[in-house]
Design a protein around this ligand. Structure first.
Ligand code: SF4
Length: 470
């Protein structure tokens, strides 16, 4: 299952339910090849079940309070063309009619969900896909106006949208500014022509630079770029050139994801020449060199795969150990509930996770029937909440005070003692250290933080923790 709520590169990197972690050193290849989740949620989406129904979601929405702070996610599952590396939940269309029909269902779903909950206060909005701008200026405006009618969008709310640089003009940028967009996330991936051809996404540097200029001219200055390594025909020098060109356009955040090749799961990835993909050793070199280059260019490394200028709110949150993790990866979004709109969208309420029907037809039918489009989810147990907290701290801070985590949730201080025993092999490898019940991931262990987190994952343990390599 693909998480819908991620930027295109993020979902390309995470398109498999699990993929290989990354080696801390050449000696850790075996550990790195363990197949582990990316922990954009805990429990992870493959553990969602149909036990969570539209009736469950109705009840959970009704139990929110008028004070519950909200994050809203809107999924637009359409693109003008399919990129060969894509791992997102999207489909190609060149016709206006399916997109207009989908827009109408988004409007109806917003109305329906808003009518089921007293919660109104919105702190964060995110449009993802797919390509949200496929809705067009009028469609985006109509949906944004519907949100503003049914919810209260805070004056300081971050309002972000994922954009394809090839599909941005001054009219659209002005419309985005008008509806309140404050941050644009551009899918860049790589800026070398031969790599762009190999991944089926040709967008010369000049196109990206023009998109940046257009956004600035419209008054949208907070920019994030998605970059990728591990792409076909991408050499280390190609990656370094991309980083230099990208940094020169001064995005305040850069995400760097490794391409995960899962053609059995995303069949269009068969268009990618497997022989041209870098091997694990080369991917390790690329990831390490890219990280060093971005830091040398003044970006602070955030968690596993994000970089931010020191004055960016994400860098500030990371320094203050307030960083969060959600379906977009690392985030500053600390709203109490996430409501997802659109096909495949995932929400997280205090009671648990809900996911809409991934199939657009099924999503339309549910909304037409006046019912939430929920098809699966997971009600959080106390144990899930405690483990989610520990895993989030490890993924965000590379350390976790497990006694403090246990105390926050009112469970015994020795809650994690059995899990701590399982850390011993990683301790002897120098990948983690322990002081009482505080776990610290060493510099060498950081690329393997997902493996460390997986030792606290009770659902994965039940499913077979040591699954096969990718
Ligand atoms: S633009 Fe490309 S990578 Fe992004 S969602 Fe569409 S097909 Fe996938």
């Amino acid at each position: 299952m693909t998480s819908s709520t991620q930027t295109a590169a993020a979902c390309a990197a995470a398109s498999a339910p699990r993929d290989a972690a990354f080696p801390a050193s050449m000696g850790n290849i075996a550990l790195a090849e363990r197949s582990v989740p990316r922990y954009t949620s805990y429990p992870t989406a493959p553990h969602f079940t149909p036990a969570v129904t539209p009736a469950t979601y109705r009840r959970w929405l009704g139990e929110l309070s008028p004070c519950t702070s909200l994050s809203l996610y809107l999924h637009v599952p359409f693109c003008a063309a399919m990129c060969a590396y894509c791992g997102c939940h999207t489909k190609v269309t060149r016709r206006a009619e399916p997109v207009a029909t989908y827009r109408d269902h988004l409007l109806a779903e917003i109305d329906l969900v808003a009518g089921l909950t007293p919660a109104r206060q919105v702190r964060h909005l995110h449009w993802g896909g797919g390509t949200p701008s496929m809705l067009g200026e009028a469609g985006l405006t109509a949906v944004a106006e519907q949100l503003a009618r049914r919810f209260r969008i805070g004056a300081n709310a971050e309002h972000a949208i994922e954009l394809d640089p090839r599909q941005l003009d001054r009219t659209l940028a002005a419309a985005l500014k008008r509806v309140g967009v404050t941050r644009a996330s551009l899918g860049v991936q790589d800026l070398n022509a031969h790599v762009q051809e190999a991944i089926g996404r040709v967008q010369p540097h000049a196109v990206v630079a023009a998109a940046v200029e257009t956004l600035h001219a419209a008054g949208i200055d907070a920019l994030s770029f998605d970059l990728m390594y591990g792409l076909p025909h991408q050499s280390l020098s190609d990656l370094m050139r991309t980083i230099d060109l990208a940094a020169a356009m001064q995005p305040s955040r850069i995400s760097l994801f490794g391409y995960a090749h899962v053609p059995w799961f995303k069949t269009h990835q068969r268009l990618i020449d497997e022989q041209a993909l870098p091997d694990a050793v080369e991917r390790f070199r690329q990831q390490t060199a890219a990280r060093e280059a971005l830091q040398a260019l003044g970006y602070e490394a955030i968690g596993l795969d994000h970089f931010a200028r020191p004055d960016d709110s994400m860098a500030v949150a990371a320094r203050e150990q307030k960083l969060k993790r959600n379906f977009q990866g690392y985030t500053t979004d600390d709203a109490q509930a996430l409501i997802g709109f659109g096909a495949s969208a995932i929400g997280r309420l205090p009671q648990g996770f809900v996911q809409n029907a991934p199939d657009i037809g099924a999503y339309h039918r549910a909304v037409d029937a006046g019912t939430p489009a929920t098809v699966r989810g997971l009600a959080l147990s106390l144990e899930d909440r405690v483990r989610a907290d520990a895993i989030e701290r490890l993924m965000c801070d590379f350390s976790a005070d497990l006694e403090a985590v246990a105390s926050r949730h009112g469970v015994s201080r020795d809650f994690f003692d059995r899990d701590l025993e399982e850390l011993r092999p990683l301790e002897s490898e120098g990948l983690v250290s322990r002081s009482a019940r505080t776990v610290v991931v060493s510099d060498a262990g950081r690329p393997l933080v997902r493996v460390v987190a997986s030792l606290f994952d009770a659902h994965l343990a039940k499913a077979g923790r040591h699954s096969s390599a990718v």
